[in-house]
Design a protein around this ligand. Sequence first.
Ligand code: OGA
Ligand code: NI
Length: 345
Amino acid sequence: MSNLVSDLVSRGTKSVPAHFVRPVGDRPSVTEEEEGSSTGESSFTMIDLQGLHGPNRATILNTIHEACKNDGFFLIKNHGIPDDVVNGMMEVSRDFFRLPESERLKTYSEDTTKTVRLSCSFNVNKEEVGSWRDYLRLHCYPLEDHVRDWPSQPPSFRQVASEYCTRVRNLALELLEALSESLGLETNHLNDALGGHGQHMAINYYPPCPQPELTYGLPGHTDPNALTILLQDDVPGLQVLKGGKWVRLNPIPKVFIVNIGDQIQVLSNGVYKSVLHRALVNSERERISIPTFYCPSPDAVIRPADGLVDEHNPPLYRRYHYREYYESFWDHGLKDQSCIEKFTI
Ligand code: OGA
Ligand code: NI
């Protein structure tokens, strides 16, 4: 019998086991502000990436700057990744989670240092309360070092996910250039700062939950990497802390969500914000989200950019190797206080 939440659900659980129940005062509230997805309206900034290549680049960079400074999140459309690549990735992910338990369990591991693993919750070795989530986590760059370790079922998994990862990596590189310029830095600053670069992907699977008001799919956290590019299916669940309130960021077809991770907060010396977000579950439908975590290589030295530090703006963070940060993230667990606090001066 596996620890996976999906298998718990398929055994017909009618209530949330005690291990998943959040303490009173740390539960999803049903009265909080809602964002409409039916209208396609969002209070987060939409960036038309195609425009970045035209005469409006400077204006768009300015809009990106404001979004990263104030919200830490923005939306992108016309990102150039073909619909069939995006839809294929979502389909093969859904098919993976429909494989028989015995097939899925071949990838199961609770060792957070593994580069390919199916697991549940967040870090089952460290946490007191579980989260209503299973996830397949894959290292994806350099691709040729990792693909052979990825799941071999469904049969098209490796090919479809490789194509998706390659496309998303190119998008990440383009965004890193835009973010560098929007900070007033050299175009290559952030790309260079990430050393040899890394790319991880999670395929989050949130099964329907009989009592969604008692638990989270993922509790509030910030992302430890540089930049996250999130693909989600059509089921709402993501919330972002904005102006002190949890605001829904509902799915919009063909649109990716981009958020600043802890590393860009450090590299920008706190100008850009790595913001708390969380995932709620619901009793009706399963939900899949696929974040790409674009990150430094483990040996990259991370520190505030010289161009953003002067006598009026002292460095807020000490220098460190990304490896150190990443280990402390898994150790720290998902708490409302991000582990970035340990790296402040
Ligand atoms: C994450 C994350 C949000 C979501 O995996 O880090 O924030 O909507 N996921 O699943
Ligand atoms: Ni996240």
